[in-house]
Structure formats: structure tokens, C-alpha cells
Design a protein around this ligand. Structure first.
Ligand code: F3S
Length: 399
């Protein structure tokens, strides 16, 4: 890979040990993927934040990078942490875990990385525009940035995203290149998708079929009349989870779709397929549900306003988590939504989510509107699940 003088100097260690290590990571990645050069990025999203996933080894790596002088060169935000940074006690998080999680966040902050821990950075100001090259690591957000915003990112791992932040560079390969953005398979949806849960169930069907067919697949989807930001974030999370999808196009909705004609190879997905997917994610009946969580990916302010409307003057009878980015919660505080939601007995879990928080064994069955949350609740935490429309999930918490 061709290195500029500046990049070579970083690799030679003239800008400190952490920058050198970051450049070593990028040079290795570039060589593996056959990149010809490094290109500047304008935005980074780092994953590997929950202490539950990082452990001591991960924390030691971050501390070493911070002590070695690593400093973010471009706007960088974090993926969700293992706890609400302010409200962890109320959510039943152990003090030892909280202390270790605090050390992780401190290491990132020392590197000038903004400790806004969210999987929807695009809702809180880390919002790249069309064509921008970025290096993001959260799979649902990468899919959103590529598909909905038209920015360009590979699905980075935690270390390579951090390396991009500390150098402002990434190897040019994969989804940074025009050739990789070309659709490879046409999809026709024959179902009226409306709820986040519908988009999530559709994402599961499509993701699993793409996974089975193997190779890199960029679907070009037709038959979706409209989709909100919230629907699309749900679809991105589901497609990334069930099919490892990094980019899709939807005719009439996503910004690059008009650059392409639908591929000759076509696949039809019918309402019956989507209904089967809904059922496959709903093995819990309502009497078993003891946990409701909304916000996978993290809730928008519009969704929080809706929860407040539904909970006004009522009391929840089940544990109910509202997971969102702290800046979004600050708007909810200001608008009085937080007061209404907390008066009803539901809890905000900002900075974290029901997947990265250490809650295995605490609940029997989860109700949610997120296909991605269903996957991890079952696979990681061994909960039963119920995939429900948004309003119905809120009503579940009311008993
Ligand atoms: Fe975000 Fe956690 Fe879901 S990181 S996409 S809320 S699993």
C-alpha cells in the first residue's frame, strides 16, 4: 500500500507509540484487503465499549493507547456501554462492574473521544453526509450510514475504528469503492411494512436468505412505499444481525438507488414469509413477559415522545427500559417526557441497551419491537421473546 509522507512518519513512530500502533493496524488491514492507499475519514464510531465484552485485556489495550499519546483526529463517538453512566445503580448494575466500565470510558475520554455511547450516532450529530468516507464499527449504524445517508464505510472492528480515529485515515477498499456499492440481487417485497417490527421481520427473512446464498450481497429492494427514520434504523439493525448486510438500496427511498437499475436476479418476499419470521421471534406468551425494552437501535426523540404519550397517568407493572443516547435523553428531560415516563415506573437506560448490559438470567421473557434485540435476548441472555408493534410493547409493560 502506498503511504504518504505523513502516514509513513506515523508508522515510523514520530508521532508517538499509540499513533504508530494505529498505523500498524491500518497498514496490516490495507495489505490483507489489497488497498492501494489510505484515504482521509471525517467521522468515526468506535465499538468495544462495554466492559462485559472488553474485559481486562481490552481495557489494558485502551489504557496503553491513551498513555501512548493516542488522540482522536476526527469526530469520534462510542457504541453503547454496559451501563447507564449516571443511573446504573437503579438498573441493578454491580458496583465492581460500574467501576471497570468507568475506567473504559475514561480511557476513551483521554483520547478525546466523545463519550456519547450510542448505536445511533447519526441521531446526535455524528451525521456524515452523502459520499463522505467514514470508519464506523457498529453494524446497524454502518448499514444506516451506507444505505440511508449514502456515506461510505466498511464494517470496522473496534481496533481498526480506533486506529482510524487516531490517524484520521482508513484503507481504501470495500464499500469505499464504487464497484462495491453496485446492487447484486433484486428483492421484491409483497407486504405492506409499517411498524418497526415489520421492517425487522422483513430484515430477518432477507438477511437469512442472503446469508445462505453466501458472498457479498447488496440488495436492491422494490415494493416499499415509505419508511421513517425509525423504520430504517430497525431494518438496518435486523439486516446486519441476520445477514451481515452492510449496504442496501431501496427504490424511491435511499439516496443511491437511482444510480442503479434493478439487477436481473430477483427474489420475492411475501407477507407469509414475514409473518413466519414474526412468529419465530415470538416464543413468549404475555403471561411470561417480565421485561420490556424499547430502543434497539437507540430511540429517537419522536419515539420517546410517543412512549410518554402512552404512559401518561398510568403505572407499569413490568420492568421497562427506555434505551437511548444521553443527548436524546437530555431533550426528553427538557420536554417533560422523562418525568412522565419515570412517574409511570419505567426506567431510562441511557448509554446502554438490553444487549450490552450484563443482565443474563435476570428475566424470563422480553417484549420489544426490535428483531435484533430478539436475536441477542435469545442467543446471549437465554430469554424468551415477543416481537411486537411499538405501541403494543408499551402496553405489555402496563400489564
Ligand atoms: Fe444498539 Fe444495543 Fe441494539 S448497541 S443496535 S441497542 S443491541
Amino acid at each position: 500500500m502506498q503511504l504518504t509522507k505523513e502516514a509513513q512518519a506515523m508508522l515510523d513512530g514520530t508521532q508517538g507509540r499509540a499513533t504508530q500502533k494505529a498505523m500498524e493496524i491500518l497498514a496490516t488491514l490495507g495489505a490483507i484487503y489489497g488497498a492501494e492507499r489510505l484515504i482521509p475519514v471525517t467521522s468515526v464510531q468506535v465499538a468495544g465499549v462495554s466492559y462485559a465484552n472488553l474485559g481486562e485485556a481490552g481495557l489494558a489495550f485502551l489504557s496503553e493507547m491513551a498513555e501512548g499519546g493516542g488522540r482522536a483526529r476526527v469526530l469520534t463517538t462510542l457504541n453503547p456501554a454496559g451501563m447507564d453512566i449516571e443511573n446504573w445503580k437503579n438498573l441493578g448494575i454491580e458496583a465492581d462492574f460500574a467501576e471497570n466500565q468507568r475506567r473504559v470510558l475514561e480511557a476513551y475520554e483521554r483520547m478525546n473521544i466523545i463519550a456519547a455511547a450510542t448505536c445511533t450516532p447519526y441521531l446526535i450529530g455524528n451525521t456524515p453526509h452523502f459520499g463522505e468516507h467514514i470508519a464506523w464499527a457498529e453494524s446497524s449504524a454502518v448499514c444506516y450510514a451506507n444505505s440511508v445517508l449514502g456515506a461510505r464505510s466498511n464494517r470496522e472492528g473496534g481496533p481498526s475504528a480506533l486506529a482510524a480515529s487516531l490517524t484520521g485515515l482508513t484503507p481504501e477498499y470495500g464499500y469505499h469503492l464504487d464497484a462495491y456499492r453496485q446492487p447484486t440481487l433484486g428483492i421484491h417485497v409483497e407486504s405492506g411494512l409499517g411498524e418497526n417490527a415489520d421492517f425487522g421481520a422483513f430484515g430477518k427473512v432477507l438477511g437469512e436468505r442472503l446469508e445462505k446464498s453466501g458472498g457479498r450481497r447488496v440488495p436492491y429492494i422494490q415494493g416499499i412505499a415509505s419508511a421513517s427514520v425509525e423504520n430504517l434504523k430497525s431494518l438496518c439493525a435486523s439486516l446486519a444481525t441476520y445477514g451481515g448486510v452492510t449496504l442496501f438500496h431501496i427504490a424511491g427511498i435511499t439516496p443511491e438507488a437511482s444510480r442503479f437499475v434493478p439487477p436481473d436476479e430477483q427474489m420475492v418476499i411475501e407477507e407469509e414469509d414475514i409473518q413466519k419470521a414474526r412468529e419465530s421471534m415470538s416464543d413468549a406468551d404475555s403471561t411470561e413477559i417480565d421485561f420490556v425494552s424499547l430502543g434497539c437501535p437507540h430511540l429517537s426523540i419522536k419515539e420517546i415522545a410517543r412512549i410518554a404519550e402512552l404512559l401518561e397517568g398510568k403505572q407499569v407493572v413490568k420492568e421497562f427500559w427506555i434505551t437511548t443516547a444521553r443527548p436524546t435523553k437530555a431533550i426528553a428531560d427538557r420536554m417533560g417526557y422523562t418525568a412522565v415516563i419515570e412517574a409511570a415506573g419505567a426506567r431510562f437506560a441511557a448509554d446502554t441497551c438490553c444487549v450490552v448490559a450484563p443482565i443474563a438470567g435476570r428475566f424470563r421473557a422480553l417484549a420489544t419491537d426490535s428483531a435484533k434485540a430478539c436475536y441477542y435476548a435469545s442467543a446471549k441472555n437465554k430469554f424468551k421473546t415477543a416481537l411486537l408493534p411499538f405501541d403494543e410493547a408499551v402496553r405489555q409493560a402496563l400489564g
